[in-house]
Design a binder for this molecule. Structure first.
Ligand SMILES: NC(=O)c1ccc[n+]([C@@H]2O[C@H](COP(=O)([O-])OP(=O)(O)OC[C@H]3O[C@@H](n4cnc5c(N)ncnc54)[C@H](OP(=O)(O)O)[C@@H]3O)[C@@H](O)[C@H]2O)c1
Length: 233
C-alpha cells in the first residue's frame, strides 16, 4: 500500500523504535501520524499528533480508535522487557506485565482498529515482533514468551483480516540500539533501519520483515534440527 498521503498510528511512539517509525512515516509522505504515548504532555517531537495511549487500558484504546478513525496504517510497537531470569527467585510480576503490554496490548489495539482499517480499504497492521518470537533464552524467558504469543496473535490476525484486505506485517529483529537494550554488549541494529525496512515492506505489500542477519538465520533454522537454535541443548 502507499504510505504517501496515508494516516498512521504508532504505539509507544515517544522513543526508541516507535519514534523511528513515526519519523519514517512522515519522511515517506504520510499525511498524519498519531503518536500513541503514555504522557502526551511530555511529547516534544515536531510533526506527529500525540494521543494518550497506554495499550493495557481498554478505555484509552477505544478512545484512540475513535479519534484516529481516519488511520489506514497501525503499528503495534509499544513493548517492555521486565521479567526475571529463568531460575531467579522472587516475583513473577514483570513477566505478567510483559504479557499485558506485548501480547494483550497488541491484541487490544488490533481488535479496536480492525473496523477502522476495514473502512479504509484494508490498510496495514504492523506488529513489532522479535527474534525472541522464535528463540528463547535463560536471561529473558518471559520476554521471549510474550513475543512468541504476539507472533501467534499476528498469525491469527493474518487469517482473520485477510478478507477485509488488511496487510498484516510481522517485524523480526535481534538487538536494536534503544533504552530497552542498554547494558547489553552485543551488536545492535539502528532503529532507523528497522523503520526503513518496515516502510519498504508496507509499500511492497510484504507480510514479514527480517531486519538483520540474526533474524534471517533464526528464521531459517526453525525448519532444521533443534541444535541449530540451541547448540548446547
Ligand atoms: N530494542 C530491541 O533490541 C528490540 C528487538 C526486537 C524487538 N523490539 C521490540 O520493539 C518495540 C519497541 O522497543 P524499543 O526497543 O524501542 O523499546 P524502548 O526504547 O524501551 O521503548 C518502548 C516504548 O514502549 C512504550 N510503552 C511501554 N509500555 C507501554 C504501555 N503499557 N502502553 C503504551 N506504550 C508503552 C514506552 O513508553 P514510555 O516511554 O511511556 O515507557 C516506549 O515508548 C517493543 O515491542 C520491543 O519488544 C525491540
Amino acid at each position: 500500500m502507499r504510505i504517501e498521503g496515508s494516516v498512521a498510528l504508532v504505539t509507544g511512539a515517544n522513543r526508541g523504535i516507535g519514534l523511528a517509525f513515526s519519523r519514517a512515516l512522515l519522511a515517506r509522505g504520510a499525511a498524519k501520524v498519531y503518536a500513541g504515548v503514555r504522557r502526551p504532555e511530555d511529547f516534544e517531537e515536531p510533526g506527529p499528533e500525540p494521543l494518550r495511549l497506554d495499550v493495557t487500558d481498554l478505555e484509552q484504546v477505544a478512545a484512540v480508535a475513535r479519534t484516529a478513525s481516519d488511520a489506514s496504517i497501525v503499528i503495534n510497537n509499544a513493548g517492555i522487557q521486565a521479567g526475571p531470569g529463568l531460575l531467579e527467585e522472587g516475583s513473577l510480576d514483570g513477566a505478567r506485565r510483559e504479557m499485558e503490554v506485548n501480547y494483550l496490548g497488541t491484541w487490544a489495539v488490533s481488535r479496536a482498529f480492525a473496523p477502522v482499517l476495514a473502512a479504509h480499504g484494508g490498510g496495514a497492521l504492523v506488529n513489532m515482533l522479535s527474534v525472541a518470537s522464535w528463540r528463547s533464552t535463560e536471561r529473558f524467558p518471559s520476554y521471549a514468551a510474550s513475543k512468541a504469543a504476539q507472533w501467534s496473535l499476528t498469525n491469527a490476525l493474518r487469517v482473520a483480516l485477510r478478507e477485509q484486505g488488511t496487510l498484516v506485517v510481522g517485524v523480526h529483529v535481534g538487538w536494536v540500539g534503544t533504552d530497552l537494550t542498554v547494558g547489553i554488549d552485543e551488536p545492535k541494529s539502528d532503529p532507523a533501519e528497522v523503520a526503513a525496512q518496515t516502510m519498504d515492506a508496507i509499500e511492497r505489500d510484504e507480510p514479514e520483515v527480517l531486519v538483520d542477519d540474526t533474524s534471517r538465520r533464526v528464521r531459517a533454522a526453525l525448519s532444521g534440527p533443534l541444535d541449530l537454535l540451541y547448540p548446547s541443548a
